[in-house]
Design a protein around this ligand. Structure first.
Ligand SMILES: [Zn+2]
Length: 271
């Protein structure tokens, strides 16, 4: 299955879709991993920490995935890429994307080894890219804009998945700086039905300006039970209630499954 990318194709986002989109916000403890099934594409965004990799594989196993058309590592932190090597050992991956950044940790180097072992090149993910996923579906990438950031978190791409009339925002651990950059160039494009809250619901993400632009109906927080960071932070939970966002949390509800038929979104939880 091939996808087309580039900035030069026109996309009619009111196009009718013929199937269903499924997004699984997987339960990987204190970390991030999302599996997206859309048309014939299997996409994985992040793979959680190494300590949860068996649990991650078990959750993926249930879903009868033959291979991944696209795997994305949002940034080099262990809670997002610790499980990558195991994913690459088990599944064939056709395309691997990450922002242009490097790290000296063994986890990061092992991930790169796994990528090259499959004969793949690392492809760079950056602002302005668009992926056509066929049948009324596309990915738009709104950050990272700059070549370098002091904090690894801000390399995380802020990406919107459009399926028919429904829109889902993914953020990795993007913090307010990255949000500000996305707002500076894409203010009008950010509106989404669903927001995966940045950085596990930390107060260093989800600025009022960003929340206003996205104005989600549903929010997803991926974090570990009783984690040492205190995620999600009280400030974020206050914003969620103030903006009347219906929030779901992997630490309390386990795996979260979202289905869209291109018009309506339904969400169910494991617990
Ligand atoms: Zn993280």
């Amino acid at each position: 299955m091939k996808f087309i990318f580039g900035n030069d194709f026109s996309f009619n986002n009111t196009k009718k879709v013929s199937g269903n989109l499924q997004v699984y916000y997987l339960d990987v403890g204190q970390g991030d991993a999302e599996y997206i099934r859309i048309n014939d594409f299997d996409i994985l965004i992040d793979a959680g920490p190494k300590s949860e990799s068996d649990h991650l594989l078990k959750q993926l196993e249930d879903k009868n995935i033959d291979d991944f058309e696209m795997v994305i590592a949002t940034h080099p932190h262990e809670d997002h890429i610790g499980g990558m090597s195991k994913v690459f050992e088990k599944y064939k991956v056709e395309n691997f994307y990450m922002p242009k950044v490097t790290h000296t940790t063994k986890t990061f180097q092992n991930m790169l080894k796994s990528v090259s072992k499959q004969g793949l090149k690392v492809q760079t993910l950056k602002e302005g890219m668009q992926f056509n996923l066929g049948d009324g579906a596309k990915f738009d990438v709104y950050s990272p804009i700059k070549d370098s950031y002091d904090d690894f978190n801000n390399y995380s791409p802020i990406m919107k998945l459009t399926y028919g009339e429904t829109k889902l925002m993914f953020t990795g651990d993007a913090e307010t700086l990255a949000e500000k950059e996305a707002l500076s160039r894409h203010l009008k494009d950010l509106k989404s039905d669903v927001l995966k809250f940045g950085h596990h619901g930390s107060s260093t993400s989800s600025s009022n300006e960003f929340l206003k632009a996205v104005s989600p109906k549903y929010g997803i927080i991926s974090c570990g039970k009783d984690n040492s960071y205190g995620h999600p932070h009280k400030e974020t939970m206050n914003k969620i209630s103030k903006n009347q966002i219906k929030a779901y949390r992997t630490d309390l509800q386990g795996e979260i499954t979202l289905t869209s038929d291109g018009k309506n979104i339904s969400i169910k939880t494991e617990k």
